[in-house]
Structure formats: C-alpha cells, structure tokens
Design a protein around this ligand. Structure first.
Ligand SMILES: Nc1nc2c(c(=O)[nH]1)N[C@H]1C(S)=C(S)[C@@H](COP(=O)(O)OP(=O)(O)OC[C@H]3O[C@@H](n4cnc5c(=O)[nH]c(N)nc54)[C@H](O)[C@@H]3O)O[C@H]1N2
Ligand SMILES: Nc1nc2c(c(=O)[nH]1)N[C@H]1C(S)=C(S)[C@@H](COP(=O)(O)OP(=O)(O)OC[C@H]3O[C@@H](n4cnc5c(=O)[nH]c(N)nc54)[C@H](O)[C@@H]3O)O[C@H]1N2
Ligand SMILES: [Mo]
Length: 786
C-alpha cells in the first residue's frame, strides 16, 4: 500500500478492482464505511462476479476476467479527453513533459524493439532524449509530439468507451458512470483510492494492470495524499513482511537485487556500480548492501575480501526461479529435495496434476506445518498408488501464530508485534526454532571442511545462541542494524555505512528496534494528526512514514495543494505536518531536487512512461486462454510471455473449452483449506467444493442447482457441486455472449471435509514480469454428472 488501512477513511471515492475486499479483507470495509459516513464517499466495485463486496458497493459493474487493462485504458482516455487531470501536479510530478526517443513506436499491439524469436523487447528506443550534458529534454507546453503526454494520449485514444465496453462485457453507460465518478477525484479537494489484490495480479498482464493504476492516479494527482494512492491488499497476514525480507528469488532483504552470475555482478564493485543509480535515494544502495553482508557474514565480511560478497549464491540471470519453473525443475528431476515451510503447493500451485507428478519425483520432502497437508500426503491422494512413490516425506509439527510471539508487517507496511497466547502442543516448535537448529546442525557437519564451496556455511554469522530456542532479540537487532564496534543499534537507515562499520539485515526496517525499544510493540492509540496517522502505533517502514510520497501532497513551492488534503508542508525551515515526511526533512522546495517527490526514482518524478518487460504503457492483450479475438490489435496474447512447451503444460482452445473460468476465495475458508478444513466448526460452514454458474449456462447444459458437475480444462477435470446463481451472468462480448464459471480453490483430499482442487484446471503460465500464475482467467468446459 502507498497509504494504509486507516487512511481509507479519508477517501472520496474507492475503486475496488480485482479484489473482493469485503470478503477477504473485511477490515478494509470498516474504514471505507467511515469514509462513506464522514465524507459521503462512493465505493465502486468492478468484478466478474457479484459478491459480498459488490453487495456493499454503491456501484457494481461486471467485467470479463482478464480485461482490466481495456477498462483502465478506457478510464485513462476518459480523464485525458475530458480534461479531468490535475495539470499542475501532472506537469511537476510526472514525466509527462519528457521527450521520448524519436525511434519509439507503437504499431498494432507491439512497441518498437520487439524480438519475436526471443519474445522480448530491446528497450533502447524507449529512452528519453537528452542534451549533451545528459539532461533529459522536456517540453512543458506538452505540444511536442514526442512528449510522453502526446504519446500517452495517442496510445489511449484507441480505448474508446464503445470498444472498452465490447471487450469487457459491460455497457457503455456502466463504463461512463464509473468513469465520471472516479475522474471527479482529479479535483484538488478530492482524492480517490484504488484497492486491488489477486483479481488484478493473477494474470499474464498482472504487472501492467497495476501500472495502469499508477498512470491514472498520477494523472488525477491522487498519489501522496490522504485517501488516495494505490493500495495492494496483501494476502497472508505477513506477506508484506516476507516480500520485504527477500522471499522472492530475485531480491535480497529490502528490495536489493539478488546477484546473478553475469559479469556485471561478478564482484561487489561491479554489483554496486551496475545496481546503483546516479541520482535518487538508491544512491545509498552500497551502504545497504555492505551492511547486509556484514550482518550475514560478520567477521568474515571484510573490505579486503569484498565483504564476503562471493559467498552469496549467484543466480542465472536468464533463468526464472519462481514457482512455475521451480516445479518444472522438480518435475524434470533437476531439484531432488524440497523444504516446504508453511506452504501447501499441491493445492495452491497451478496445474495441480503436474505438481503431484513432480512431488513423486523428489527424493525427499520436508513439510513444516500445523497439519499433514495435501502436499505432505500427496502419496495417499485418491487414485495414487503409494507403492509407486519413492519420495521420503518428513513432517515437522510447527507452532501456530498464536503459539509464538513475533512481529509481522501488514499491507500498510506497519510492523506490529504479537504476543504469544498459548504454548504449542506436543512436539510442535516455532519456525525460528526449526531454522536455528537446522542451521546449527549444518554448521556442525561442515565445521571441519576445508573445501571452498562449504565456506559460506562455515562463515555464516549466526549469533543467535546455542541449540534450543534462538535469541530473537539478536535477530531483531540485526534486522534494525547496529554499529559493529559496540553492537549498539543504529537509530535508522541514514546511519548505515558502506565501509563495514555497520551491519543491517534489512535496511527498510531500520529504526524499529533501537535504544528506545521495540517500536513494533508501540500501542499508543491516540491520533493527533487528524488524518489517522497514529504515529505511536506500531512502526511503519520506512522511518515510520504512513503515506508514501507525501511530498506530493504539497505543491512544488511546498504548500498543500488543498487544505483538506494536506499531509506535510514546508514551514520555511523544514518539512512538517501530519506524517513523517517521505522526503529529506530539511531539503527546501527551491533547492535542487526539493520539488521531486518520488525519491526512489532517479529523476524524482512518477512514471507515466515506464519500463516493464512488456512495454512502457499498459496495452490490452487477451489472457493466454481466451474465447475471443483481441479487439485492440492483431497481437492476441502478451507478446513477451514465454510459455513452457515441455510435458503436461497444455493450452486449451475455445472450441474444446468454451467458457471463461476464474478462481477465488470465500470468507469461510483460508487458502488451501489447511487452516479451515481441519477445524470442524469452520469446515461445516462451506463443506463442499462448488462452482458458480449462471442460470443460462445451467439451462443450456441441463444442470440444476446442487447437481454434481464435471469441470474440465486442457490440464484435467474435477467434480464439484453446481451453484446456479443470478450473481454470475453471461457477458456480452463483441456481439457474443460469453459464459463464465467461478471456482473457489479451498479444497483438497485432507482434512475434516474434502473436495477436489480447482488448481487441477489452471494453466502453467505466469505474468511476463513476475511469473505469478494466471489463476484468474482460463478456459473450461462443464457437464452434468449422469
Ligand atoms: N477469508 C479469506 N480471506 C483471505 C484469504 C482466504 O483464503 N480467505 N486469502 C488471503 C490472501 S493470501 C490473499 S492474496 C487475498 C486475496 O484477496 P482477493 O484478491 O480479494 O481474493 P480472490 O477472491 O482470489 O479474488 C478477488 C476477486 O477477483 C475477481 N476477479 C477474477 N478475475 C478478475 C479479473 O480479471 N479482473 C477483476 N477486476 N477481478 C477479477 C474474483 O471474482 C474475486 O471476487 O485474500 C486474503 N484474505
Ligand atoms: N487457483 C488459485 N490458486 C491460488 C490462488 C488463487 O487465487 N487461485 N491464490 C494464490 C495465493 S495469493 C496464495 S498466497 C497462495 C497460498 O498458497 P499456500 O501458502 O500454499 O496456502 P496456505 O493454505 O495459506 O498454506 C499455508 C500453510 O501454512 C501452514 N501454516 C500456518 N501457520 C503456520 C506457521 O506459523 N508456520 C508454518 N510453518 N506453517 C504454518 C498452514 O497450515 C498451511 O498448510 O495460493 C495461491 N494459489
Ligand atoms: Mo495471497
């Protein structure tokens, strides 16, 4: 989230798109209802299915799964042609006036530089024009056809209300109703917020969906202000924390790139040179990187030895190591063992039939969980013959959240400590205990090794105490950062150094655990900011800032654009106001960089023209599996997707699988169901796997409510109960009626109640930038069980 949960109360209009917030993030609605009560805010919900969020919204419109860019492009076009944007904000705080390389082009669905063989772009022509000194050329009149502004207008002029409506399966009136409501937040005294989650990201164009929100919000001047922003409603309670800590294969803690085996990362000097921009806050990256190495390798991290940079594993830059490819490698036998902590991938991963076959190829599998999950018990699933499986499975019982204490980070970036309520049962241990003791055992095994390849394990700095319970305060100190000489905590990331004198496990958290205490335990529920900043509650990274980019809530001279939407302002000496400035607190608006709010970008302005793998502007492409032709160009699917062509990765066609399917959650269950289908009182609320279909589809296939049906895709088929409902409707797409099928994905073969897995049906295709699977739009067929 750029903003935070409580800040939703400050909005004038909430566009909930790609999220069922009422069901999956109920607390969001507490604050949205506050906004409605206090300010008469309007809530818009855009979703293929009418659900509990739709029921709470002022306006609901349905849209065909996978067509969000068409819809958002339509909104951008509406704002541009209608003049609803905040011109001053946009001119000062975005790259609208930049002149783009004359070689840049967009023709029939492709940007310049496309390489059809490698299915990727050479981005050279997506650069900006510069003068001899290297400064970017601009045209503040915005009339030059090479300006980002003109290119943006041209690009989205194709997103007419008619074409948008015909692609998304809505009426022009419905589209215009939403457009006029949200566009009104371009006014200075208004802000609009966008709430999104998996309905936006789980697509082959997921990252560009989010980019489209950024463009719209920058045009309307909605970033940095109370009640504005782009708000990702994160999933598991600590999913924000795990991303912060470098859970993804391509990042180290604090969003530093994980090094590759390429020449430009061959040593720390090269890494720093190639990863550190010339301008913007990331010029400090070497301080964060060296402090991280110092935290991890302690005394072995010395300047003469590149701070032990050579101990870090180096990935192959050309290879993607995310979920889909990981399981591909398991299936192919390249990966032989799997440690599975708090994940149930047989039920949660796409193309479950292949996941099951992959698990059977492992030599060993360790599952650290509260339950014997489907993944742990894959060898005894219905239809599987255990005699044919050689995988050795170990189950480590783990303490649940309430059986241990520790800090988690919510969607609003707030670190909040939770105190242990119960002791774990039986042999269950907390995850930190397991990792600590596993690491000590490994270190013991390698203690006398003289081989260079074992050095990273031997030299790993592990100051968390002897076998048994680890010293978590030592972990907190390391995360916060300390001065090496005396082991005293630093007060924040501005103190971190690149010379090895400081250590820090995650620079963005620096400041949460200092000499004055563990701020994630702060529980002061007094808010004197008037906008719900609650600075004394928990600790928001970075530096306890609650609204990111809040410098943009003030005009270039440093005064609030509007008193009702003020956050910070320049008082003549410093930035002050209702939140911690997300800016250098003493940098005057008239000083160099003093009017550039987007401090994490080298040029300090928001990117209307950006750089993702699939283009500088989001463009509509159809999902990997779609029943219709793309109305926007002759390029059917995202041109930089790289589908797996190996075994068991079939792609379905609309002749065999005519219906659009999407998967989703319900309030009554949690994820793969391990946490809910094992609890009788929870399980009985939603005991059976079901699929939602429209009355018209039911009639055409002779299906009655409650019948058993078979849903099939190119990957497999599952049995479920039909839920025939008015909440799901066929969509009028370009003169054709497209039926959709909604599938919850909470069932599996373990637990008190069992059911078949929706993910048997889903495709092994991921977003071009992140590889998140396209769980939200694929093709299926349905028939009644006779
Ligand atoms: N009770 C409960 N709460 C949960 C969870 C849970 O399992 N149970 N899971 C947690 C986790 S980890 C996460 S990530 C979040 C997920 O939270 P959400 O993203 O809200 O969850 P979903 O239900 O998967 O999807 C949201 C909506 O996207 C819609 N949708 C599908 N395709 C499209 C599309 O192409 N465009 C648009 N605009 N919408 C589409 C679906 O119909 C669905 O209503 O929930 C968290 N909260
Ligand atoms: N079709 C489809 N598939 C999806 C999605 C979708 O929308 N559609 N959504 C995707 C999303 S957003 C997500 S986040 C994933 C989730 O996928 P998973 O993470 O695989 O699903 P969970 O059921 O949340 O699994 C968490 C496991 O952790 C265990 N657990 C709980 N607490 C602890 C603990 O403290 N320690 C340990 N070690 N274990 C614990 C639980 O018992 C459970 O087995 O699924 C993805 N899969
Ligand atoms: Mo999630």
């Amino acid at each position: 989230m750029t903003n935070h949960w409580i800040d939703l109360q400050n909005t004038d209009c909430a566009l909930i798109i790609g999220s069922n917030a009422a069901e999956n993030h109920p607390i969001a609605f507490k604050w949205l209802n506050e906004a409605r009560r206090k300010r008469g805010a309007k809530i818009i919900h855009v979703d293929p299915r009418f659900n509990r969020t739709s029921a709470q919204a002022d306006i609901y419109i349905k849209l065909r799964p996978g067509t969000d860019i068409a819809f958002m492009g339509g909104l951008i076009n509406y704002v541009l042609t209608g003049g609803y944007y905040d011109r001053d904000y946009m001119l000062a705080y975005t790259n609208a006036a930049y002149l783009v390389n004359p070689g840049f082009k967009f023709e029939d669905g492709l940007f310049s530089g496309y390489d059809p063989v490698n299915r990727s772009y050479n981005q050279d022509s997506w650069s900006f024009q510069r003068d001899a000194a290297g400064n970017i050329l601009t045209d503040p009149t915005l009339t030059n056809p090479a300006t980002v502004w003109q290119l943006l207008k041209q690009h989205y002029s194709r997103y007419t209300p008619e074409r948008v409506a015909a692609t998304c399966g809505m009426t022009v009136e419905e589209f215009l109703q939403v457009a006029s409501l949200f566009a009104a937040t371009g006014a200075r005294d208004k802000t609009g917020t966008i709430l999104y989650a998996m309905g936006a990201t789980q697509h082959s164009v997921g990252s560009q969906n989010v980019r489209s929100y950024a463009i719209l919000q920058l045009l309307l001047g909605n970033i940095g202000k109370p009640g504005g922003g782009i708000n990702a409603l994160r999933g598991e309670s600590n999913v924000q924390g795990s991303t912060d800590l470098g859970l993804l294969y391509d990042s180290l803690p604090g969003y530093l790139a994980s090094p590759t085996s390429s020449l430009n990362h061959q040593n720390l000097t090269e890494y720093n040179k190639n990863e550190t921009p010339a301008q913007g806050y990331w010029v400090n990256k070497p301080r964060f990187m060296v402090s991280l190495l110092k935290a991890w390798y302690g005394p072995a991290a010395v300047a003469e030895k590149d701070f032990a940079y050579h101990y870090l594993p180096k990935r192959n830059a050309a290879k993607n190591y995310s979920y889909i490819n990981l399981f591909e490698d398991i299936y192919e036998g390249t990966i032989k063992g799997l440690l599975c902590f708090g994940q149930n991938p047989l039920v949660s991963g796409p193309n479950a039939g292949k996941t099951a076959r992959a698990l059977a190829k492992l030599q060993w599998l360790v599952v650290a969980d509260l339950w014997e999950t489907e993944t742990a018990a894959f060898w005894k699933a219905p239809g599987v013959n255990p005699a044919e499986i050689n995988t050795e499975v170990f189950i480590l019982p783990v303490a649940a959240a309430i059986e241990k204490s520790g800090c988690i980070t919510n969607s609003g970036r707030w670190l909040q400590y939770r105190w242990q309520a119960l002791n774990p049962p039986g042999q269950a241990q907390n995850d930190a205990w397991i990792v600590h003791n596993l690491c000590l055992k490994l270190k013991g095994l390698y203690a006398t090794s003289l081989q260079a390849k074992d050095e990273p394990i031997r030299q790993l700095y592990w100051p968390y105490g002897a076998a048994g319970e680890p010293d978590l305060n030592q972990v907190r100190l390391e995360m916060n950062g300390y001065t090496v000489a005396d082991g005293m905590p630093v007060s924040g990331f501005s103190q971190l150094q690149a010379d090895g004198s400081t250590a820090c496990g995650i620079w963005i958290y620096s400041g949460f655990y200092t000499a004055t205490g563990n701020k994630s335990q702060n529980r002061n529920n007094v808010d004197d900011s008037g906008i719900g900043s609650y600075p004394g509650w928990g600790y928001a990274w970075p530096a306890n800032r609650r609204i990111l980019y809040n410098r943009a809530a003030a005009d270039p001279q440093g005064q609030p654009w509007h008193a009702d939407k003020a956050v910070i302002w320049w008082d003549g000496l410093r930035w002050t106001g209702k939140d911690v400035p997300d800016f250098n607190a003493s940098l005057s608006p008239t000083a160099a960089g003093g009017n550039k709010p987007f401090i994490m970008l080298p040029d300090g302005v928001g990117a209307l023209f950006g750089k993702l793998k699939d283009g500088p502007f989001p463009e509509h492409y159809e999902p990997y599996e779609s029943p219709v032709a793309n109305q926007f160009s002759s390029v059917q699917t995202n041109p930089v997707l790289k589908p797996l062509t190996t075994a068991l990765n079939a792609r379905g066609t609309s002749s065999a699988y005519p219906f659009v399917a999407t998967t989703y959650r319900v309030s009554e269950h949690w994820q793969t169901g391990a946490m809910t289908r094992n609890l009788p009182w929870q399980a009985e609320l939603m005991p059976e796997m079901f699929v939602e279909i429209s009355e018209t589809l039911a009639a055409s296939r002779g299906i009655a409510n409650g019948d058993w049906v078979i849903v099939s895709s190119a990957r497999g088929e599952i049995k479920a109960r039909a839920l025939v409902t008015k909440r799901v409707k066929p969509l009028p797409v370009n003169g054709q009626l497209i039926e959709q099928i909604g599938l919850p994905w909470h069932w599996g073969h373990q637990g008190v109640v069992t059911g078949e897995m929706a993910n048997v049906l889903t495709p092994n295709i991921g977003d071009a930038n992140t590889m998140i699977p396209e769980y939200k739009a694929f093709l299926v067929n349905i028939r009644k069980v006779v």
